[in-house]
Write a protein that binds this ligand. Structure first.
Ligand SMILES: [Fe+2]
Length: 353
């Protein structure tokens, strides 16, 4: 059962999704093998300053690969992926990742139950030292990246995530792949983005390439603060990664989730006439409603009757701020991705105060 705070946020399966048939049933006892990662890097290690770190729910940026699935769990996930294959989309040229699948929690009960299972959520909460819940933007649960059909393209280009917390789970054994490495930048997202935007390559000595011992291992990270990619494959291979996102239930820090709507051109996989696109507005409104509700609950718990006028006003303003920002974003509507990037940068700056 998901945390009570988010239980009513996840919608039932919407049209036109149908469950795949013949998939295994997720069983945490048989399918999980949670083993703590050995190493971590803090946000400070990546060069973030105190102002930035104070605005995040955890000081940890990144963990070395942790075992998540048992051998049986890997086999069950692979069976499920085989059934999901017909749904994989190859995005048009210019999009960030070419082979991908979203809305998996509306297609596969196995993926849905894995992405929302309490054991993994508690494991991740413990690692980051903040209470997490499966992400309230449901399309951010169980996103999958697949090898592109054109080998020259990266599996996923340099970027930072639109969500605060997530993991990248290898569904294949990376040892079977020539290339297709998950990598991250040893620096801040702003610095990484600036280098890539100038058309320069990130120096090798500033790139970390975590070594995954096998399928079923995952890197847990604050994806919004870790600039990362997956390199091109040098030979055709079965490469599939599953990215599952979380929100922190500590809403005293600014929401790291970023949502903007983009026109079809550009690298963010916004494809017209797909359910994911049609559902994006309500999904964002539902996420914002959850966040506002959490903040209002906190106000009711914390605001005492002797609070003065200024304190009461500030408390209400803060509780309503995400709703007001979301309304502005919805009113702006779809924009070209370069404009969306600028809106994102401005909002990052604004939210850090
Ligand atoms: Fe990512």
């Amino acid at each position: 059962m998901p945390h009570p705070s988010v239980a009513d946020v996840f919608p039932d399966q919407p049209e036109p999704y149908r469950w795949i048939e013949g998939e295994p049933e997720f069983d945490p006892v048989r399918h999980l093998q949670l083993e703590r990662p050995e190493r971590s890097r803090t946000l400070a290690d990546l060069g973030y300053d105190d102002r930035f770190i104070d605005g995040q729910a955890s000081e940890i940026a990144m963990f070395s690969p942790a075992r998540v699935l048992s051998d049986e769990g890997v086999a069950a996930l692979r069976d499920t992926i085989g059934l999901l294959r017909p749904h994989v989309r190859q995005a048009p040229d210019g999009h960030r990742a070419t082979g991908f699948l979203r809305g998996t929690v509306f297609l596969s009960k196995f993926v849905r139950d894995l992405c929302r299972c309490d054991e993994v959520t508690d494991f991740a909460s413990d690692l980051f030292g903040t209470p997490l819940a499966p992400h309230t933007m449901v399309y951010q649960q169980g996103h999958m990246n697949f090898a592109p059909e054109d080998l020259a393209k990266p599996v996923d280009a340099w970027h930072h995530d639109f969500v605060g917390f997530d993991y990248v789970l290898m569904c294949h054994d990376p040892a079977d792949c020539d290339g297709g490495d998950f990598q991250y930048f040893l620096g801040t997202r702003e610095e990484g983005h600036a280098i890539v935007s100038r058309g320069e390559a990130i120096p090798d000595d500033r790139i970390a390439t975590p070594r995954f011992p096998g399928a079923g291992h995952a890197c847990f990270m604050q994806g919004s603060a870790v600039y990362h990619r997956a390199t091109p494959l040098r030979r055709r291979a079965e490469r599939v990664s599953l990215v599952n996102a979380y929100v922190s239930l500590d809403v005293t820090r600014p929401d790291p989730t970023r949502t903007f709507f983009v026109t079809p051109e550009g690298p963010y996989g916004w494809i017209e006439d797909h359910p994911e696109t049609r559902h994006a507005y309500a999904e964002f409104a539902r996420h914002t409603a959850w966040l506002g509700r959490e903040k209002l609950s906190r106000l009711l718990a914390d605001l005492t009757l002797d609070a003065d006028r200024e304190t009461a006003t500030a408390a209400l303003r803060e509780a309503a701020s995400d709703i007001e920002r979301a309304i502005r974003t919805l009113e702006i509507g779809p924009r070209h991705f370069t404009e969306m990037e600028e809106l994102r940068r401005r909002q990052d700056e604004e939210l850090l105060g």
